[in-house]
Design a protein around this ligand. Structure first.
Ligand SMILES: [Zn+2]
Ligand SMILES: [Zn+2]
Length: 85
């Protein structure tokens, strides 16, 4: 298989993110991916769908915690003012 960017040059590696065949010059051993930035246009299916879901879940949990905190603060303030009054 030839390098995707250099037809005629044998691919020595494959991008671990998009699966694109890469020659020595196009392969970045530090990341194991395309040296010029991986565009993830391959058919390897290396997508990570879990991350966005986790971020959304975290944001939801933080929002709920924030709402509960505000409610508790309001309750405390109400109790304090009731006792004072
Ligand atoms: Zn190349
Ligand atoms: Zn890639």
């Amino acid at each position: 298989m030839d390098c995707k960017r250099h037809p005629g040059v044998a691919a020595a590696h494959a991008c671990r993110q998009c699966g694109t065949p890469l020659c020595e010059g196009c392969f970045d051993p530090a990341t194991g991916a395309c040296r010029d930035g991986c565009k993830r246009t391959g058919t390897a299916g290396g997508m990570i769908p879990g991350r966005n879901v986790w971020v959304k879940t975290l944001v939801s949990i933080l929002a709920i915690i924030g709402a509960i905190t505000v409610l508790l603060l309001a309750l405390c303030a109400g109790i304090l003012f009731t006792n004072l009054g």
